[in-house]
Design a binder for this molecule. Sequence first.
Ligand SMILES: *[C@@H]1O[C@H](CO)[C@@H](O)[C@H](O)[C@H]1NC(C)=O
Ligand SMILES: *[C@@H]1O[C@H](CO)[C@@H](O)[C@H](O)[C@H]1NC(C)=O
Ligand SMILES: *[C@@H]1O[C@H](CO)[C@@H](O)[C@H](O)[C@H]1NC(C)=O
Length: 589
Amino acid sequence: MVVLISQPKFQRIALLAAGCVLVTYFLLRTDRVPYQTTWGYVHTSFDWAKRQPRYPIVESSMTKLPEGTPRDLPLIQHVFTQDELNESHNKTQADRRDAIRDAAIKTWNAYTEYAWGRDQVQPQSLRGIDTFNGWGATLVDSLDTLWIMGLKKEFKQAVRMVAKIDWAKTDSRDCSLFETTIRYLGGLLSAYDLSGEKVLLKKAAELGEMLYAAFDTPNNLPANAFNFRAVHEGLLYASKRESTAAVGTLSMEFTRLSQLTGDPKFFNVIDNIKKHFERTQDTTKLPGMWPMYIDLHNNFITEDNAFSLGAMSDSAYEYLSKMYTLLGGLDEAYKRLHTKAMSTIKSHLLFRPMLPDAYPASPPDILFSGTVLSNGKLIELLPDVSHLGCFAGGMFALGGKLFHDEDHVRIGERLARGCAWAYDAFPTGVMPEISAVVPCKQTAELSQCEWNETLWREKGPSGADAVKLPKPFTVMRDKQYLLRPEAIESLFVLYRITGKADLLDLAWRMWQAVKAATETKFAFSAIVDVNADGFTTKIDAMESYWLAETLKYFYLIFSDPGLISLDEFVFNTEAHPFKLPKAAHGKGR
Ligand SMILES: *[C@@H]1O[C@H](CO)[C@@H](O)[C@H](O)[C@H]1NC(C)=O
Ligand SMILES: *[C@@H]1O[C@H](CO)[C@@H](O)[C@H](O)[C@H]1NC(C)=O
Ligand SMILES: *[C@@H]1O[C@H](CO)[C@@H](O)[C@H](O)[C@H]1NC(C)=O
């Protein structure tokens, strides 16, 4: 404006006229591009679809999505009776659900007020920060949660912002293929599946085109560290030490993208990964599982010696049975991969903790999943209790239903109850990131053992400054709670599968503890120490998964079991539900 006013009059008129022409031009153009009129859609400034690959894959050599009629898979959810959904049940559910929704609204308001468009809001200092390339991680991750909770006004406000995301614009030199896939791509695909808003699929496809370039390496295995400069120069290589989770957690998102766009290339690259998992499954140092790190650069070497369901591995296992479901049961390879992996996990990773006798009746029937070190002959179990590993209950139970294995459903329940029990064991009512207990001997039945105080003292906290740990915990390697979802995730899955009403009370107890320990004036925050008595010190961090996962699972467990039914949707590891092929579970849907 300042410049315009200082111009001579005729120049001003000329500029105004030129402006009018431009405006008219864009108005006319928008008429031909429906997304722009609806949501103010802006295409990403670099068209990744037009990028020339250094190591192209020709379409004729691609593996296509399996063809055929989706199989009639077993029903996953418990069939709830009207007696179970009685008036008092419905009333309690509604009250609890409303409480979760209030927490979500509070969180969302903090984000829109103080960090709109940024990756996350800091819950205490109320500043926006960018931790995932500044494309608006919380914005995209929350879309489906807003939709599910019926927050339609907020959903529309978010879509309008998402329609303008430019995947070519970021201050970082690289992005994480894994994080970008599960949060951004997963969030967009799920929000599209729920709402049918085409602009979300368009943004997902744009992003998919970009992430596809991560596979432009000499062996077409992905580079998780997606370095923009290396990508543009065709110099990307897959890592010699990549976490198994990073390579094994792209399959659902890339498959859904192929299903929705009809473009087979996304599915082709993750099917290639599956073949490497198949080829190596029986030859690792713990046959049936893959180590936490894999050498991708040298064609998928799996010689490392550490195995776990926690960080670095978790969702690679989670996705095996879920891929079987997403593909309508048309790829038996995923069933074999899952079945073998679960069998090894059951024999070597699962254990029952030694529990004090303080219980009036029998001690609770619970399990945890630890870490195994193996050189191929000696197998050592480290009895870790890791929050990230708490998803395993849901995984076992889902697979058990899917493949008619009631024993696995039961194991899933014991694992889910184990994490809920661990929450209860700490004074805040929340379990830490990583702790350890004393394991019972791993018998086939994973049966209980006697409490041995001497043994616990030997393994347990020692020295003058040892933390006062509740029994039966021996070590606390990381005492934080980071607002994580895995424990409530498994309770949710187990409730939908078994219909057992006491799981709802466990979930509510968990919620009250989490709320009391983490709530700040404007939002919720990760905390420093779950073993603190009374006041909890906050970390001033709230990642996007709090709204995407934790609050969504809390909301869903207290909702009508028909809302996002496990017979119609399958969740990615960031709690984004993808729609299943029509005939997936149960006849007549
Ligand atoms: C209502 O259903 C719940 C489980 O959903 C059950 O625990 C409770 O006993 C039922 N109440 C009545 C009055 O039937
Ligand atoms: C308890 O543990 C100690 C230390 O490992 C061991 O010496 C003792 O035999 C154990 N007691 C029983 C009853 O197993
Ligand atoms: C409780 O809610 C469910 C839906 O979630 C409904 O099917 C059922 O009829 C309700 N029960 C009563 C007693 O109103």
